[in-house]
Write a protein that binds this ligand. Sequence first.
Ligand SMILES: NC(=O)c1ccc[n+]([C@@H]2O[C@H](COP(=O)([O-])OP(=O)(O)OC[C@H]3O[C@@H](n4cnc5c(N)ncnc54)[C@H](OP(=O)(O)O)[C@@H]3O)[C@@H](O)[C@H]2O)c1
Length: 351
Amino acid sequence: MCLHALKKMKLGFIGAGKVAQAMAQGIINAGEITAKNIIASAPRSKIDNIFLEHIAKNGIKTTHSNSEVVKFADIVILAVKPNVMPIILPEIAPEVSKKNLILSFALGVTLRNIEKALPMHTRVARVMPNIAMHIGQGTSVYCLGNSVRPTDPKLIRNLMGAVGYVEELQDESLMDCVTALSGSGPAYCFMILESLVDGAVMMGMSRAQAMRLAANTLIGAAAMCLKGNYENGSMGSLKGDVCSPGGCTARSVFVLEKMGLRAALIAAVEASTLRSKEIYKESLGRPGYMMDSNDNQSYSSRSSLLDVGEEAENEFKAEAINADGENSLRTRNKEPALLPVYSVPDHFNRA
Ligand SMILES: NC(=O)c1ccc[n+]([C@@H]2O[C@H](COP(=O)([O-])OP(=O)(O)OC[C@H]3O[C@@H](n4cnc5c(N)ncnc54)[C@H](OP(=O)(O)O)[C@@H]3O)[C@@H](O)[C@H]2O)c1
């Protein structure tokens, strides 16, 4: 598998929100896949879909049909919120074939649960990217499903590598921690930067200049960590090099220690990891979510995927299959909505 193979691929996004837009922009900028070979879907809404309109500006094909994305694309990225996964997995299952590599960006939803909802031997991987893909500086981690082809890891590395740094994770249980660290991480960095800028502004510097200095300082410090031998995560000696005895940095570092910067960041990663696990559990508790035997829920049949509860009806506000028999997508802000009625394809009944 060479990079050239990626250029021939067609890429599809189910969901056209922030992360899909960041990835689409990054991959087009990288010149790896052209816009005409990319498609994105999102629900119809009153003013059509702002996200779709935005993504279409790049020349990307757009649709309100998730099935169309699966038919068009070799690589299908599930870029929807975790609570939408129970809707889209059964919706796309009848269209998924061996040509598709399914990459789920959804936090908390396990490979096992995705695989169970799709035809047997579907090529699935979980990927946790981050928003910096937009400028080709993302950080992505992927976990492989049971049925990937030997060439798929390289394909994923080429795809996600085109928009930043990528590495494989063997232990899927750490995916929640990845979500908390590199998935949520840009938000922590933005807060840190903003605070440093505020500090400099308070001391009389212009916001623009403070921003340039703070951001480049963060980039430089991070680059030093990556270049040096700091794989054990202990950067005390680097910090020591900046702190002269009796100097300014030693004083400010003491303030940061006293005010609990480290504890705050450690607790932030812990909180996000736990929330990621919670979201997964909440999804499992929802009527219609696919269950597996390890989930300790009272209903475990695959057909429970197709159960339609009142809660799901209200929450997901899915549209009925429209008059043309075409699957239409969930519509936001619409009055009483119905969930689509599906027949159970044979592959749903596998053990
Ligand atoms: N944002 C990040 O930095 C980030 C980083 C790593 C991973 N992720 C993961 O990526 C996923 C997407 O996150 P996001 O931030 O991009 O969310 P988002 O901005 O809310 O985008 C979600 C997209 O899914 C669409 N959608 C909703 N229901 C749908 C359906 N039935 N069929 C097709 N599309 C549907 C939404 O359309 P409407 O807006 O019209 O509802 C929207 O376009 C999440 O699972 C998240 O955990 C996000």
